[in-house]
Design a protein. Structure first.
Length: 284
């Protein structure tokens, strides 16, 4: 059952709104600024190893058009200014693993906002996930407005230097690319195994370097599709740092703990990501 599905009764709607308000309040009560504690060389963040503690940030209603939208904000300790990152969830919605990655980025010195593109809902199986994917991708204009609202919130903060990255996995990776093509101007896009394009004319709309991490055993996108994407980026004159890691499969980076063979490529992808964010959006 898709969580938080709307029920057409006034009582149910009131209860649902109360539950969302309570959840947001609970997150806010326990929210804390996250101390600067970047990973050392050779260290994988605990968030993607499945070893992180409970999320330490807070719920954030940032999209006025849809009051059911509840993002997650992880704030680094200190005044800044620093870069900001919008995280775009996978096909199952905004879950704790994504919140924990937001915390890890805050520990690296970035203001991190995990967007909610499913109006507070999450899926628990393939059918539910695909229903949410189809519904939301059918309203791409709304997705862009959602992410524009996230970017506007971040730019309005006094501790943000005005530079913003968008990053996502699978569903979120493809959305991150779509946002690079059609959203408010921003400074970085990081794609982890998402939907791709191979049209140089369309990709020429991107005016910043693109980061990509992909899996050699993946079929969506396949290594061949990634190769065509990179060739199109080059033809369009878009700088890129794209790597295909052999002998790993779709999802290897966000869920390193699923297979010990994921650790070495996940570490390299993380260190590339850190370098990429530093050179594109900076931190304090």
């Amino acid at each position: 059952m898709i969580k938080n599905t709307l029920i057409p009764s006034l009582k149910a709607i009131i209860l649902a709104v109360s539950a969302i308000t309570f959840a947001a309040t609970a997150l806010s009560v326990h929210a804390q600024q996250i101390p600067y504690a970047p990973t050392s060389e050779g260290q994988i963040p605990e968030a993607i190893l499945g070893k992180a503690g409970a999320p330490r940030g807070s719920g954030l209603a940032y999209f006025d058009e849809d009051p059911a939208t509840m993002g997650y904000l992880a704030e680094p300790d200190g005044p800044g200014p620093r870069g900001a990152v919008i995280l775009i969830h996978e096909w199952n919605g905004l879950v704790d693993r994504v919140r924990q990655v937001a915390d890890a980025l805050a520990a690296e010195g970035y203001v991190a906002l995990a967007a909610d593109l499913y109006s507070g809902r999450t899926g628990s199986n393939r059918d539910e996930n695909m229903a949410l994917v189809r519904e939301t991708l059918g309203e791409m204009d709304k997705i862009i407005r959602n992410l524009d609202a996230a970017a506007a919130y971040l730019r309005g903060r006094t501790d943000v230097n005005g530079k913003i990255a968008a990053m996502g996995w699978c569903y979120g990776g493809g959305v991150a690319l779509s946002y690079a093509l059609g959203g408010e101007n921003h400074d970085a896009t990081a794609i982890f195994y998402g939907r791709l394009l191979d049209d140089p004319e369309r990709l020429s709309a991107i005016h910043h370097e693109v980061y990509g991490t992909f899996a050699g055993l993946d079929r969506g996108p396949s290594p061949e599709q990634v190769g065509r994407f990179v060739a199109a980026l080059r033809e369009a004159g878009v700088e890129n740092d794209v790597h295909i890691y052999d002998d790993v499969n779709h999802g290897f980076w966000l869920y390193v703990d699923r297979d010990p063979n994921n650790e070495e490529p996940a570490l390299d992808a993380w260190e590339r990501l850190k370098d990429y964010l530093k050179r594109t959006i900076g931190s304090d």
